[in-house]
Design a protein around this ligand. Structure first.
Ligand code: NAI
Length: 262
């Protein structure tokens, strides 16, 4: 696949899945504009150091992006070991507001890919609350409104990724026929964030899942999926989620169903 004459903005580009995606797109001929709060000295393209946790930080990053880009890949994310306000600010509002700011700069036929997570697969059960939070215009008020809800603050990472699933649907629906918007939901992938997931979700649970699958995902597993989604082979894939978890979801769903029948 060749992506010559195409430019992609890749957030979270200094590490893990973002770095692997940027490298793969570059190797496929695309120009890449990387964004991260951390520096990336060896970045294979233009690099914008910026903080997506605040509206001001998002605006500063968006200002540096030219018109006519092909796509935005929202890969930056923070784990649930971080303070819940930061998790929701980056994973929900940072992603949403950067998307809003850059959509007018995406050429017709372009694409947005959002990194969700397989932990958000049950998002539809909380769709009303998710839609209310993710759509809130006043982010400080929205954060205050959930501060007393332990279901949100105690599961901020899962809730944030449930919001990503909603934001993917709503942005796809609002941009039909012009820009596709899809999400990717990885299972456990070997990047620096995986150690945080072990602390957040339980070491035994994460390591048990990896053992069951035979290996953790690699950043390249997700990068190749994203590269497919931005290319012509995915032209009719829109407003949906692609789960890339080695089959972990199949195991969990069948185990739960069989246990319920036992
Ligand atoms: P990572 O920790 O290697 O990379 C995340 C990147 O996001 C880092 O470079 C970090 O500096 C950047 N970032 C965080 N906060 C930022 C901010 N305020 N402004 C700008 N950049 C910021 O983790 P990984 O695995 O590459 O994660 C990429 C995405 O995939 C995340 O959204 C994560 O939630 C998601 N994901 C990862 C899984 C895994 O097992 N590794 C599983 C499911 C989802």
């Amino acid at each position: 696949m060749t992506l010559h004459d195409q430019t992609f903005v890749v957030t979270g580009a200094a590490s893990g899945i973002g770095a692997a995606t940027a490298a793969l797109l570059r190797a496929s001929g695309a120009e890449v504009i990387g964004v991260d709060r951390n520096p990336a000295p060896e970045f294979p393209g233009t690099f914008v150091q910026g903080d997506l946790s605040t509206a001001e930080g998002v605006a500063a990053v968006a200002d540096r992006v030219p018109h006519g880009i092909t796509g935005l890949l929202n890969i930056a994310g923070v784990p649930g070991t971080a303070p819940w306000r930061l998790v929701l600010s980056v994973n929900v509002f940072g992603l949403r507001d950067l998307t809003r700011a850059l959509l007018p700069k995406i050429a017709d036929g372009g694409v947005v890919v959002n990194l969700a997570s397989s932990v958000a697969n049950g998002w539809a059960a909380r769709s009303a609350e998710v839609a209310r939070f993710a759509g809130a215009e006043d982010r400080a008020a929205a954060l205050d409104a959930v501060a007393a809800d332990p279901e949100v603050t105690g599961n901020s990472y899962r809730f944030s990724k449930e919001c990503v699933r909603w934001l993917t649907l709503s942005a796809a629906a609002e941009n039909l026929g012009r820009v596709r918007v899809v999400s990717v939901s990885p299972g456990p992938v070997q990047t620096p964030i995986l150690e945080d997931f072990k602390k957040d979700h339980g070491r035994d649970k994460v390591e048990g899942a990896v053992a069951l699958l035979g290996r953790a995902g690699e950043p390249g597993d997700i990068a190749r999926t994203i590269a497919f989604l931005v290319g012509p082979g995915a032209a009719w894939i829109n407003g949906t989620d692609i789960c890339v978890d080695g089959g972990l979801g199949a195991h969990r769903a069948t185990t739960a169903a069989l246990a319920a029948n036992a």
